[in-house]
Structure formats: structure tokens, C-alpha cells
Design a protein around this ligand. Structure first.
Ligand SMILES: NC(=O)c1ccc[n+]([C@@H]2O[C@H](COP(=O)([O-])OP(=O)(O)OC[C@H]3O[C@@H](n4cnc5c(N)ncnc54)[C@H](O)[C@@H]3O)[C@@H](O)[C@H]2O)c1
Ligand SMILES: [Zn+2]
Length: 440
């Protein structure tokens, strides 16, 4: 009671594009005011609560705010365990009491009773919850097991797949035999995958820990998806790009002779362990690449996340991506497409430069084009990312853009910061926007 379940729940539901259900609200709709139900005795109220929770759990995937006493029922706890991911919204008793005092809630009429109830329920909450959280970001991050410190060590045997260069600089967060892979994109090859398939000596109870940037998590995740028909894995991303983007969302894969990320699988990591401290050794160029994704995220979310202190910035970006991923985990509904803001132009510039323009710089330019086509101010991109026109062949870039997998003339634009739209752009406008990014 008074933890903010309705407020937080509504925001989480909105971020994840799922229906929001307030269990107490639903009970009142069907059975009348809760104080009146309590007058027939608490057991009768609890019986109705059990019935309604079962009904809601049988319905579409939703964000549900439970009443404060719902998890006291063993039946409810069992049903939650089977069907839900349950988050305990942690609030101190003082704050909770200040929020509920003076309300008509039957169990919040006297402060000393309220405090006793709060204390008595703590162990039930701890036992019922899969995670504890203090706000919207926490809930989102918890639901994909994205952790900033304090991870649970895996149950089975572990092997660590690590970027060779990163190992020289940092210690993996989990101990185990180490399988080294080449630094960066060079790891995303079938040869590396085959090597790992052969080298790994894990059984089906084993778990792979990926330690490196997005290239390492992509290849190690793909190996985890395929080794012995799939074993679990943990991502420990060591680049800014990895921590705000690549390690989140279950996409794994490698490059083929025909292009980047052409073979892969959806395989969500069991945990994502984020330690911003490892970023101190990140080369400037890699940091800038990560910042391009941060600015992209801020534009999508409609929040100047790039102004936040580093750890908060990473949390905000990771939580935003988590919401989008939860709205369409296996990309069957096209909702994840918004994450491609600026990327259609970016991929075109990468191809048009023979992949000499790095992804981050291409994204910075791509964001400029998307903002210009959206009729939005570009100053944030200019000030934070300072993109320079690309050395690229316009015709080659244009041909690549036309081949883009999202289909003819379809782009992600912004109606306003925080309001992405997937829309079409005429060839003439798209080509002019692309030309403006290329050094003439
Ligand atoms: N799966 C996804 O959803 C997704 C999303 C975005 C990007 N990606 C992929 O991620 C890859 C790019 O990953 P990236 O940008 O994270 O970099 P990366 O893994 O390619 O690494 C870049 C360089 O940084 C070095 N490095 C990594 N961590 C370091 C550290 N802490 N200190 C010093 N050096 C460090 C590496 O050795 C390498 O040389 C691309 O292949 C891209 O396709 C995947
Ligand atoms: Zn990107």
C-alpha cells in the first residue's frame, strides 16, 4: 500500500506497450467499493481477489498492479510463479504511510496497525518477488535481468567467452575457463563460432558468460543459442554501445560474406551485468560511437539523457530499450523498428564508404538526416556528437539505402522528441538528405 504501484505500473505498461490492470480497481468495478467488501469480512475480499487474479493472469500479457495483500495468499503466489514476473516495489514505511493516511483503505486507518502490517508482510513480499525495484526504470531493467552490480552467480558450470583485448584490461565478472575471441567485429565470423563450438566443454547445464563489446556479446550469444541446441548465457558488456544497446534485447548473430548480422538467432541472456567502471579504458572513438546510440535513445525517449551522469545515462538508455524490446520481444510486430532512428542513412553511409566510416559516426549523421526530414531542430546532434560530412560515394550509398531491408522509402522519423513514427519519404527528399551528409 502506498508504494506507487498504479503510477509505476501505468508507466511500465506504456513503455512496454502492454495493457495495464489495477487489480483493486478491477475488483471495485465488478464487486463495488473495497471498504464495503471488507465489511463482509477480509476472507470474502481475499476470495474475490484470488478469483480476479486468476482471471487476469489467464488474459493477455499485461502489467498488473496487485493489491498490497495479494501475495499473502499461497494460491496467488503459486499462480504468480507459474505465469508472471513479479516485482516488489520497495518503499519505506514512512513514505508509504504519508501516501495512504487519510484514505478510505480499510487496512490504512491507524498508523501503528499500518506499520505492524508493513513489517509483517515483508517476508511474504520477499518470498513472492522475482526482483525488487524502486521505480519505473528499475522495473523495466529487472524484467530483462539487467543488473548494475549485485548479480546472482550462475548455478551451473561457467565458461567465459571474452574479447582478447578486453581481458588484458579487465577481469571478467564471473570465474571460469576463458575462451578468447578476436577484438571487435573480427569476432563475428563463422570460423570463430566453429572454434567455440569445438573448444567449449560445457554440458547442457552449463552457461556462457560473454565479456566484451557488442561484437563479443553478439557472437557469444549466437554460440549459446546453437551449442547443444542452445544453452543459457550471461552478457557482461564492456563498451558503451554494448551497455546501452547491443547486450539488450536478445538479438545475437554473426556476419556473412554478404553482409553484417545476416545469420543469427533471438536468444535472450539470463542476466546482463553492467559495470560502467570498465568504460574508463574505452578509446575515445568507441565512446563517441556509444554516445551516438545514447543521443538516438534520448531523441526517441524525449529526454536529454546525454546530460545525465554516466551511470544514470546508461540506466536510462538501457531501460528505454528494454521497454521497446518488451513491446515486441521477437520483432514480430515491427515495434522495435523505432530503434533504427538514423540507421537507414547510417547503413547507407557505411556501405558508401566501403565501411571506412565507423558505425557511430554514421549514426550521428543519420540522426541529422532523420531530424531534418522530420522538420526538427538538429542542434543536440551537432553539439553532442559533432558529426563531420562523410567521405563516401553518394551513388553507392544511395544504392545501399534503396536495398535497405525495411522496404522501399520507409524511415523512422520524429513527430516530436519522444514521438517516433515509421513513415515513407519520397526518393527525392531521401536522396537530398543523404547527399547533405556526404562531403562533396
Ligand atoms: N545485438 C544487438 O542488438 C546489437 C545492437 C547494436 C550493435 N550490435 C553489434 O555490436 C557490434 C559493435 O559492438 P561495440 O561497438 O560494442 O564494440 P566491439 O565489440 O566491436 O569492440 C570495439 C573495440 O573496443 C574494444 N573494447 C571493448 N571494451 C573495451 C574496454 N572496456 N576498454 C577498451 N577497449 C574495449 C574491443 O577490443 C574492440 O577493439 C557490431 O557488430 C554491431 O552489429 C548489436
Ligand atoms: Zn547502431
Amino acid at each position: 500500500m502506498g508504494a506507487g504501484k498504479s503510477t509505476v505500473g501505468t508507466a511500465v505498461a506504456e513503455a512496454a506497450a502492454r495493457p495495464f490492470v489495477d487489480l483493486d480497481g478491477l475488483i471495485e468495478q465488478r464487486h463495488g467499493p473495497i471498504p464495503a467488501l471488507f465489511e463482509q469480512g477480509e476472507p470474502e475480499f481475499r476470495r474475490i481477489e484470488e478469483e480476479m487474479l486468476a482471471e487476469v493472469l489467464a488474459g493477455p500479457d499485461s502489467v498488473i498492479a496487485l493489491g498490497g495483500g495479494a501475495v499473502i495468499s499461497p494460491l496467488n503466489r503459486e499462480r504468480l510463479r507459474a505465469r508472471a514476473f513479479t516485482v516488489y516495489l520497495d518503499v519505506d514505511v514512512e513514505t508509504a504511510w504519508q501516501r495512504v493516511r487519510g484514505s478510505n483503505r480499510p487496512l490504512a486507518q491507524r498508523e501503528d496497525d499500518f506499520r505492524r502490517l508493513y513489517a509483517a508482510r515483508q517476508s511474504a513480499y520477499a518470498g513472492a518477488a522475482d526482483a525488487a525495484a524502486r521505480g519505473v526504470e528499475d522495473v523495466l531493467l529487472a524484467s530483462l535481468a539487467i543488473r548494475f552490480g549485485g548479480f546472482s552467480s550462475p548455478a551451473g558450470p561457467v565458461e567465459v567467452v571474452a574479447d582478447r583485448n578486453v581481458l588484458v584490461l579487465h577481469k571478467p565478472p564471473v570465474d571460469g575457463p576463458i575462451r578468447r575471441v578476436p577484438p571487435g567485429e573480427g569476432a563475428k565470423t563463422l570460423a570463430v563460432v566453429e572454434g567455440l563450438w569445438r573448444e567449449l566443454s560445457l554440458g547442457r547445464d552449463g552457461i556462457i558468460v560473454a565479456f566484451g563489446g557488442g561484437s563479443t556479446t553478439d557472437v557469444a550469444g549466437f554460440v549459446a543459442a546453437t551449442y547443444m541446441r542452445g544453452i543459457p548465457w550471461i552478457a557482461a558488456p564492456t563498451t558503451l554501445t554494448g551497455q546501452v544497446d547491443a547486450a539488450i534485447g536478445g538479438k545475437t548473430g554473426i556476419d556473412t560474406a554478404d553482409g553484417k548480422n545476416l545469420a543469427g538467432a533471438f536468444h535472450f541472456p539470463e542476466q546482463v551485468l553492467i559495470d560502467p567502471a570498465v568504460l574508463v579504458t574505452l578509446p575515445e572513438r568507441e565512446r563517441r560511437a556509444g554516445m551516438a546510440e545514447v543521443v538516438k535513445t534520448g531523441l526517441l525517449a524525449g529526454r536529454p539523457v546525454w546530460e545525465l551522469p554516466e551511470e544514470e545515462m546508461i540506466r536510462a538508455c538501457a531501460a528505454y530499450k528494454t521497454g521497446v524490446v518488451l513491446s515486441d520481444p521477437y520483432e514480430t510486430e515491427g515495434r522495435r523498428a523505432v530503434l533504427n532512428l538514423g540507421h537507414t542513412f547510417a547503413h547507407a553511409l557505411e556501405a558508401g564508404s566501403g565501411y571506412r566510416v565507423p558505425h557511430g559516426e554514421a549514426v550521428a549523421l543519420g540522426l541529422l538526416a532523420a531530424l531534418r526530414l522530420s522538420g526538427q531542430a538538429t542542434d543536440v546532434v551537432e553539439e553532442v556528437l559533432r558529426p563531420e560530412p562523410a567521405e563516401a560515394d553518394l551513388d553507392v550509398a544511395w544504392a545501399a539505402l534503396k536495398r535497405d531491408k525495411k522496404g522501399e522509402g520507409v524511415f523512422v522519423l520524429l513527430e516530436a522528441p519522444g514521438k517516433p513514427v515509421v513513415t515513407t519519404v519520397s526518393d527525392a527528399d531521401a536522396r537530398a538528405a543523404l547527399a547533405a551528409l556526404v562531403r562533396q
